[in-house]
Ligand binder design. Sequence first.
Ligand code: G4P
Length: 190
Amino acid sequence: MRMMEEKILSEGSVLPGGILKVGSFLNQQIDTCFLKEIGEEIAHLFSNDHVTKILTIESSGIAIAAAAGIAMGVPMVFAKKHKSSNVDGEVYSALVHSFTKNTDYNVVVSRDYLTCADRVLLVDDFLAAGNAFNGLLELCRQAGAEVVGFSAAIEKGFQRGGDKLREKGYKVESLAVIDSMTDSEIVFRT
Ligand code: G4P
């Protein structure tokens, strides 16, 4: 998505440790007109996949996933993050390691909101190592739901999470894929 690349180049900044700061339009302040475009682009990319539900993870994925859900006319569910694995049998739960924050947390979703009848599109703001998406994939496996694909607003291609999912045969459509970045240059995959 050319607009995503332009936004990253004009408003993003690269922080030490390979972190891209996009707080001005995606992570803290949200450019709502642009958010609408993001939702419509994701809907377009998955228009033939008969998606019944969008699944994301709190907190930064929620806005994008909601925009995609609105554009596709389907519900959006967000997995919650729990420090401990206090599983009570009423939720699906998976352990996720955060590469960026070097912590572990559990993602949980109520069994009421994910079922074997669902065709699920997984959406998030960033796709880096892919740990968050793999946690969501595990929740779908527990529910017996079918995963039709993945969409991230920004994929950090150099962390390989997206390519590993593609190698497993999944459809992964990121709106911008960054192959390399330094504080002076950001290179997108063509
Ligand atoms: P992974 O899921 O692909 O393995 O990535 P990782 O564990 O590293 O990501 C952990 C968190 O950091 C996620 O948010 C992810 O969205 C965010 N993140 C990863 N790389 C970047 C980056 O370059 N820039 C920014 N701005 N965020 C990045 P989170 O910890 O779950 O926090 P939040 O969703 O509550 O904000």
